[in-house]
Design a protein around this ligand. Structure first.
Ligand code: NDP
Length: 247
């Protein structure tokens, strides 16, 4: 068995997660990169990262992926919950089904992974859980109610968890990025457009979608490698902060 630290990183197929996986691998961690689109992680496997298929909205998929790592390594030292998306739209226009899917992805997937890795971390009296929240977990923006609700919930969940697991030597860290140049904003703008056709909110929502698309297609936003650097700083730190606001 390897002496390297074992990292499970979700959302490794794109953006912040992809850059974090690259950086961790260059620093000698054994990284399992999880996402639904395993084909997008082929270039990571060349760097020694093990791609693992996982849909964080599907409990069976999560259980199987974690079991695979435990069978292989016997433990997980660092869990980085990064998978997530923003489904923007007026509250009236976003279906509850879509709102729940967003909570499944941004909160309940995190919760299930925490439940599964915690026994191994407690047993070793060591471990780190790094949850990628957002500035959107601290302040709200136009037509982002459901996304903000998931990230505010993730903040509370993480703060409460930190108190619970501290006596077992496990650290819980929140990373709160600002606007980062990834597919996130393009996807959020698409959701905003989809939910805003022919509604009372159309005029405002479609204009907001255009603004968001333009911003995320520009070079005004922070590069995801900056957030990867912050995440790795938290992974490497002996006494990590409770939260890192960055970008
Ligand atoms: P990307 O869209 O580039 O990456 C999102 C990642 O999440 C992908 O790897 C995707 O993988 C994964 N993902 C989404 N849904 C699921 C699912 N159901 N199961 C498994 N994996 C899933 O965006 P970012 O890199 O920007 O986002 C990473 C995190 O950062 C998110 O939590 C986001 O909310 C947060 N964030 C982003 C900001 C930004 O401005 N970009 C700002 C603040 C926070 P796949 O589709 O292959 O499954």
């Amino acid at each position: 068995m390897t002496t390297k630290k074992i990292v499970l990183l979700t959302g490794a197929s794109s953006g912040i997660g992809y850059k974090t996986a690259e950086l961790l691998a260059s620093l000698d961690y054994k990284v399992y990169g999880a996402a639904r689109r395993v084909e997008k992680m082929a270039s990571l496997s060349v760097l020694g990262i093990t791609p693992i298929e996982m849909d964080v909205t599907d409990e069976i998929s999560i259980n199987q992926a974690v079991q695979k790592i435990i069978d292989q390594e016997g433990r997980i030292d660092v869990l980085i919950n990064n998978a997530g998306y923003g489904s923007y739209g007026a509250i009236e226009n976003v279906t509850l089904e879509e709102a729940k899917r967003q909570f499944d992805t941004n909160l309940f997937g995190v919760a299930r992974l925490v439940q599964l890795v915690m026994p191994y971390m407690r047993e070793q009296h060591a471990g780190k859980i790094i949850n990628i929240s957002s500035m959107a977990g601290r302040v709200t923006t136009y037509m982002g109610a459901w996304y903000h609700a998931t990230k505010y919930a993730l903040e509370a969940f993480s703060d409460a968890l930190r108190m619970e697991v501290k006596p077992f030597g496990v650290a819980v860290v929140l990373v709160e990025p600002g606007g980062i140049k990834t597919d996130w904003g393009i996807i959020a703008a698409e959701h905003l457009r989809d939910t805003s056709q022919n509604t009372a909110y159309s005029e405002h929502a479609l204009a907001a979608a255009d603004r968001m698309h333009k911003l995320y297609s520009s070079d005004k936003l922070t590069d995801p490698s900056v957030i990867a650097g912050t995440i790795v700083k938290a992974v490497e730190s002996k006494r990590p902060r409770a939260r890192y606001l960055v970008g």
